[in-house]
Design a protein around this ligand. Sequence first.
Ligand code: GLC
Ligand code: CA
Length: 531
Amino acid sequence: MNKKYQNFLKMVIYQIYPRSFRDSNGDGIGDINGVIEKLDYLKELGVNAIWMCPCYKSPNDDNGYDISDYCDIMDEFGTMEDIKRLISELHSREMKLIMDFVPNHTSTSHKWFQESRKSKDNPYSDYYYWFDEPQNDWESAFSGSAWEYDEMRGQYYLHSYAVSQADLNWDNPAVVKEMQGVIDFWINLGVDGFRCDVIDQISKDWEQNQNMFGPRLHEYIHALFGREEVAHLFTIGECWCQDIEELYKHTAFERGELSTVFQFNHMECGRESKFVPKTPDLREVRDIVIDWETLCEEHNLLYTLFTDNHDQPQFLSRVTGYSKLRYEAATMLAAMFYLLKGVSVIYQGQELGMTAAHYDAIEDFDDIESINYYQELLKTMSPKEALEGINFGSRDNTRHPMCWDDSEYGGFSDVKPWIAVHSEVKTQNLKTDLASEKSVFRFYQKLLKLRASSDAILSGSLQVLSKKEDRFFVYVREADGEKILVICNFEEPSEILVEDVIGTLLLSNYRERKEVSGLYAPYETAVFELK
Ligand code: GLC
Ligand code: CA
């Protein structure tokens, strides 16, 4: 693997949903100064970068993914001065800032759209997709048609997401130039990388009738990140690469596009579809992750290890029977993922084993996707059933405020937050976690320390010892004679036998172990250095 990617393997990125992380000025909304307050906490956890969800000017129809000015900060989150301070505070701690970059669409209140709708022959006319008639039956990801009629222009425009999120027309070279300018603006301020929102959609495939993976996709990604002045950046795409060929095109070092992508296949485990649950099977998760690890290794690609983000209720809640063994399940999942090879991404609260929230009424939800979809569900089911579906899949169930202590608002804010605090705030918060024998935070901390100190874990080979039918995952990571054995047991007790090895225990979530082999309890994990 080339040097740049080798270095990226050391990255442990903490994803911050700024609206819900820490409110520094008592308005119930998290903000940039709140993030700055917690940087020492993050450093202590052992992360070395943060990815912050969008904090640009936005009317907030899709919580910041509807941007009205790429080069300014949302009032609720702070000012340009605050973000500059965040960058310098991060850099002084040797931490990086990964910004969220949203290239596929702008808010309809963006100046470009406001100009574009005025006429068919002004400098901004072709910044978006305008047609006299809807061109196809594409649907918005947030329900309903993806085409909206605009009175002023007298034409339809495309919106793959909310009506107020108009898709940019990348086939117009002026748009490519504008977006290069946005990247340059932020790197001049010292930003270290970008998470690229639904980047696969910037080229549409009109012929195959899909609003993504168009014929010019790679030309556009290359136009953004293949330039010499941005070659140092870390870039991670939100992508749905179906196979290794796609992944190669997106992320091979020599292609000058993205550094890596979020591969989402394992995220489908434990559900039939986004809003419909299915009995989880951790073996599926294990096998998908092993497959991608192996493929990435063979092709010198950079894999990304993650289980959570702001678009999915907590993985812990979906794939484990956590209710009795929350600490064990949360820590076992951590060992299952973050001792593998790849860029590590942790979502806020994951290091406390926070679970998905549950809301009692549709009025408690804020997310546009959930609210629209609830209306869809009502066409075929009762309000009670619809609410259950929404509670299972809604993005709001993961967007609840971070709980720092056990007070009414979880130490997130002094006033009622923009979205309800988790009903389990009394037990799922940092203060209580740290006071407990079973601290998820401290397990993460130890694990990340171990990760940073071991070449075998950072970049060694992977050998899987467990078999497909086993309800556990046993693997060895090895580099230059250093051998690390990881045992992750799933939901049932298992007799696990690893022949001919003697190991020293480095980390465990259950008990001291002298022997590697033996009976493992539900969600028990143990990590050994092999002699
Ligand atoms: C991505 C984001 C999601 C957003 C959507 C539209 O999937 O992660 O939160 O709603 O893109 O920008
Ligand atoms: Ca605030």
